[in-house]
Design a protein around this ligand. Structure first.
Ligand code: ZN
Length: 236
């Protein structure tokens, strides 16, 4: 499915109601300004090869951007693509912000690794991370086969530390310092990499990278069968 029909229907229903109210009130009342409140954007996801994925993101200045709205849009974009994390560069924004919600992993009935993920996840978390800094990582690195919405159809084992401490602001600009472990830590590390201009494939062995070269080049050109809308840097 290439778009979130539920949201579109909601927007259409709300717009119909507003149009009816406008008719009843006469044309002298303009309540068009209500429209933006209800519209949720589902962004195309930027594919491998786009320069924005290789840049270090810039800090967001409080008040310069509606981060509550952006976070909502990022969550919807992420759910639409069945992801558990999404970083701003993946929707073309060179900013230090990412969202994560691991709950969809636990609902995935087709997933054979569900029990393993439940154990690793430990907590069911949905969070917005703005201007984050991973202050410390510790423990023996463990491998897990990662994937990425910007690199559909590619997976590979990435080694990461099991524990981390992160400082960040949420979408209401409340400051937090928290520690994470297990699967939550891994999602955070993967998304944090994105705002540092690093992709999971950058962590793979040079042999594995060599084997993936053709596939990655095809993704940049739009030769992929992702089920969500994407933006390809080399698509002609
Ligand atoms: Zn990713």
């Amino acid at each position: 499915m290439c778009c979130n029909f539920k949201n579109y229907f909601n927007v259409i229903i709300i717009m119909t109601i507003i149009a009816k109210i406008k008719n009843m009130m006469g044309s002298s009342y303009d309540i068009l300004y209500l429209y933006p409140i209800f519209i949720i954007m589902i962004y195309p996801i930027v594919a491998y090869g786009d320069a924005v994925l290789k840049k270090v993101g810039q800090d967001i200045v409080q008040g310069e951007l509606d981060v509550v709205k952006l976070a909502e849009d990022m969550f919807e974009t992420m759910y639409n693509a069945r992801g558990v994390g999404l970083a701003a560069p993946q929707i073309g924004m060179n900013l230090r912000m990412f969202v994560a919600d691991a709950a969809p992993l636990l609902d995935d009935e087709d997933d054979e690794d569900e029990t393993e993920k439940k154990t690793l996840l430990k907590i069911d978390f949905k969070k917005v991370f703005i201007n984050p800094t991973i202050e410390e990582e510790w423990g023996d690195e463990w491998a897990y086969e990662e994937g990425c919405l910007s690199i559909p159809g590619v997976r590979g084992d990435v080694y990461r530390a099991p524990n981390l401490r992160i400082h960040y602001f949420d979408e209401h600009w409340v400051e937090h310092t928290e520690t994470y472990d297990g699967f939550a830590a891994r999602i955070i590390q993967h998304e944090y990499d994105h705002i540092e201009g690093v992709l999971f494939v950058d962590h793979l062995s040079s042999l594995k990278k060599q084997l993936l070269k053709k596939k990655l080049s095809n993704i940049s050109k739009g030769n992929t069968d992702a089920s969500y809308r994407m933006k390809f840097p080399l698509k002609k």
